[in-house]
Design a protein around this ligand. Structure first.
Ligand SMILES: *Cc1c(COP(=O)(O)O)cnc(C)c1O
Length: 452
């Protein structure tokens, strides 16, 4: 299978090359040239464990990796999860299910894709006899997930920039207490935007990028989206037969990567009837799905910080299909969005998607309500998804983070703080961080000195 760019001006690539490349050279995002038809294949997969299911799914795409190698890489990716079912589907009542996606090393759903991506990178390094240096900026979850995907992996080093003093203390510990000598947590004297601006300049310097074999971690990598399809399939197979026809997957949404994966699975022939895009107060996607207008606004920091986005980067993949695979039109729409910050769709697929929006003021109340009603504790991101659950449908809510990652908000909601052994263990470990000014020179000097 080959992978094409949404903007149509880049050479189609193999799976491994598309994964290594990340963003397509024409500025677009990679998609499978043709989606496989799984409509006859998914029903017999019901008995498979998570890693087996992932292998059965990924082998349709990773056709340039030998079967046994892929099986091994996938198996390793989910070993570090601390629940036997990897992604357990919990029934709160006959109409309400929770798909728990927080049993990975950093207790958030990004581990599902990042752990696999880390193993794919390691395999590529070994295959090509080349090292790889991953460089990224984070305001929280992504950096921690990326670090835990690469820590201790031979032939790799990872550098994560974050704004010093502006990520939560637990998130900082997840990045700085690993003890791994290929992990560099760079605490920048500046904001997340400063870190990101520096990163952009560094990646723009092609000579530096090639010399140091730099690779980016971001939510647009093809492997991340595909790896995320698997837990939708896993949940679908576990949902009682009679619930399926009326099911709606409710997804806490920021960059649109998570819910896009579910929607792609539907296009591959798994008959999931509906998805709900649940945003926090940064509601660009809520507005899009309720009015047809995509209008960029300023980010308002919220209690669900991993959904604080301004531009939903994965949206371009959805757009590609909405525009009938017409790459020239994708280019035109993306140019309009970049220039005017707004685009109006004349027709939009409303049968599959609905949307909800949750303000910061509502989050603690929802956490308390879910706790009272179901005896179940949700984190602030998952709480956004519990806003306005449909009374007619069977809701499958994706729980994207463990409540233990957000002790302050949980305390405000229920008067007590949840604990998690993985996070408690971190409190006892020493912090290793490197303080740097937010200057391109300081960062490039550091990376050159420590690159593998
Ligand atoms: C990243 C993240 C989200 C948003 O996911 P997208 O793929 O960006 O839509 C939601 N919840 C948590 C906890 C996250 O870390």
């Amino acid at each position: 299978m080959r992978f094409i760019s949404t903007r149509g001006l880049a050479q189609p690539l193999s799976f491994s090359d598309a994964v290594a490349t990340g963003l397509a050279p024409d500025g677009g995002l990679f998609l499978p040239e043709k989606l496989p038809d799984l409509s006859a294949q998914w029903p017999p997969m019901a008995g498979l464990g998570y890693a087996q299911l992932c292998h059965e799914f990924m082998r349709h795409f990773a056709t340039d990796i030998p079967e046994e190698t892929l099986r091994r890489l996938v198996g390793k990716a989910y070993q570090g999860f601390d629940h036997a079912e990897t992604a357990p589907l919990v029934a709160l009542d006959a109409r309400t299910y929770v798909l728990e996606l927080f049993h990975g090393p950093t207790l958030a759903f990004k581990d599902f894709a990042m752990q696999l991506l880390g193993n794919l990178y390691e395999h590529q390094c070994a295959q090509r006899g080349e090292s790889i240096n991953v460089l990224g900026a984070t305001s929280g979850d992504t950096g921690a997930a990326a670090i835990h995907a690469l820590l201790g992996k031979p032939g790799t080093a990872i550098f994560i920039l974050y704004p010093d003093g502006r990520v939560s203390p637990l998130q900082e510990r997840q990045m700085t207490c690993t003890g791994a000598d290929n992990v560099f947590a760079l605490a920048i004297d500046g904001s997340f935007d400063d870190a990101q601006a520096a990163l952009k300049t560094i990646f723009g310097d092609t000579a530096f990028r090639l010399k140091n074999r730099l690779s980016a971690v971001n939510s647009i990598n093809l492997a991340r989206v595909l790896a995320q399809c698997v837990y939708y399939l896993y949940a679908w197979l576990r949902l009682p037969q009679e619930a399926r026809a009326n099911a709606e997957f409710v997804v806490p949404t920021g960059n649109f990567g998570n819910v896009l994966a579910g929607w792609l699975l539907q296009r591959m022939g798994v008959p999931i009837p509906a998805f709900k895009v649940a945003t926090n107060q940064n509601d660009i996607l809520y507005r899009l799905f309720t009015t047809g207008e995509y209008r960029v606004a300023d980010v308002q920091p919220s209690l669900a910080p991993s959904m604080d986005i301004q531009v939903a980067s994965n949206f371009e993949r959805f757009l590609y299909y909405q525009l009938g695979g017409d790459a020239a039109r994708v280019r035109a729409v993306m140019a309009t969005c970049a220039k005017d910050g707004v685009y109006r769709f004349d027709k939009f697929e409303h049968s599959t998607f609905s949307a909800s929006r949750c303000s910061d003021a509502e989050i603690p109340g929802i956490i308390a309500h879910v706790r009272r009603r179901y005896g179940y504790l949700v984190d602030p991101h998952t709480a956004c998804a519990f806003k306005d659950l449909s009374p007619e449908k069977v809701s499958v809510v994706l729980a994207t983070a463990s409540p233990a990652k957000f002790p302050e908000t949980i305390r405000e909601a229920i008067g007590a703080e949840p604990k998690h052994p993985r996070l408690e263990a971190l409190r006892k470990r020493p912090i290793h961080k490197h303080k740097l000014p937010a200057s391109v020179e300081a960062i490039t000097r550091f990376v050159e000195a420590h690159a593998v």
